[in-house]
Design a protein around this ligand. Structure first.
Ligand SMILES: [Zn+2]
Length: 376
């Protein structure tokens, strides 16, 4: 993976490149960022940059033997320690090395996925993955060997917060007495759960969540998702590219913006539009529960935007073409006075749908209340 393949993140990429150019590569670094963010992708791009034989000031070359192997996650000096558990195929002594084929496929498919996705990928959904104490032995064995062909031996530890204390101690020992030419890249979603002794020995690399705009541009450019739709997906994903990629297919047929806009118009006129609200509740029913929840989550995001827009349009710089007109019109009716009520109503509706309430009843009930709040 090259830096260019990771969307946005310009500042942190620059820091990483400079560390190599100035030969200030810390032997242990902690990429910390939320699930669905760029932490793992950046660690991989950095690993490739470190061992590239023809790197430029900007990026790894992408075609030298080291890059080719690293890009396929098949470089003999690129090692992974990841949380695993017993599965149908690995019935005992679960350690990372037994899952490397699965791990490669998982990461190459999408490096922005989280622990649940990984557990599902190895057929261990509902199980707790961990970096076990057996892994401690593997880690020590791994680093006792010299780099085979590259300048650096690289050990990526994905989710070190899931290390068994024995594994954590093995890693700690290596951080205290670093083996030569070995670089540890820890990639964590919950760094606060790491031992303070580990934290104190790693150089932090802070990876910010993607912005709504980053996600919109990425979906639009790489997956040809139309801009308005990409923005809806991005808003729902809350900074997680993993979530955005996962949901771009599942709700491809639904335009939440249109649905929400039409719904709010009906709510506002619910006195004269009761029949239309009943009709709309059938459309809502047809969405199915997962999409109903997504629609409501999307609606919450729009209400927040509308409120911000009403305070100052500058707070909401990026709106799809059709949304702009609606948001500015709707902002007259969403004020600090009723925003809490609207938010609570949509949150409650989401809760009831989650609890398997009848979607049509929830929808009709909510419509009446939303209508009265909008007029208050
Ligand atoms: Zn290269």
């Amino acid at each position: 993976m090259t830096f260019a393949e990771v969307p946005s993140q310009a500042a942190v990429k620059q820091l990483l490149r400079q560390s190599v150019q100035r030969q200030h590569v810390a032997h242990a670094q902690l990429f910390r960022g939320s699930e669905g963010g760029a932490a793992l992708a950046l660690a991989l791009a950095y690993a490739q940059y470190l061992n590239c034989e023809e790197r430029t000031a900007e990026d790894s070359c992408g075609h030298c033997p080291a890059c080719t192997k690293t890009a396929k996650l098949a470089h003999p000096d690129l090692n992974f320690i990841v949380p695993v558990t017993t599965t149908k195929t690995v019935t005992k002594d679960a350690v990372s090395s037994k899952f490397m084929a699965e791990w490669r496929a998982f990461v190459l498919d999408n490096p922005y996925q989280g622990l649940n996705d990984w557990m599902q990928h190895i057929g261990a959904e509902n199980k707790q993955g961990s970096i076990s104490k057996d892994e401690a032995v593997q880690i020590l064995k791994l680093v006792s060997l010299k780099a085979f062909e590259a300048r650096f031996k690289i050990v990526v530890v994905w989710l070190p917060e899931l290390m068994h204390p024995a594994a954590a101690n093995a890693v700690l020992k290596l951080l205290e007495e670093p083996p030569p030419a070995t670089i540890f890249l820890l990639v964590s979603h919950a760094p606060e759960q790491l031992l303070p002794t580990i934290i104190s020995r790693v150089q932090p690399v802070v990876v910010r969540p993607f912005s709504e705009n980053d996600l919109t541009d990425y979906l639009h450019a790489h997956y040809q998702v139309p801009e308005a739709k990409a923005r809806q997906v991005a808003q729902l994903a809350e900074g997680s590219l993993g979530a955005a990629l996962a949901s771009r297919d599942t709700n491809a047929d639904h335009d939440y913006f249109e649905f929400f806009r039409d719904w709010m118009r009906l709510c506002f006129n619910y006195g004269s539009k009761a029949g239309d609200i009943l009709k709309k509740s059938e459309d809502f029913q047809k969405l199915g529960r997962e999409n109903q929840k997504e629609l409501l989550a999307y609606a919450l995001g729009v209400v927040r935007k509308v409120l911000l827009f009403g305070i100052d349009p500058k707070f909401v710089p990026h709106l799809a073409a059709g949304e702009q007109q609606f948001v500015s019109g709707f902002a007259k009716f969403v004020t600090p006075r009723n925003a809490d009520l609207l938010t609570k109503e949509l949150t409650d509706a989401h809760y009831h749908i989650e609890r398997n309430a009848n979607p049509r009843m929830v929808f009709v009930d909510s419509s009446l209340r939303l209508g009265s709040f909008l007029k208050s």
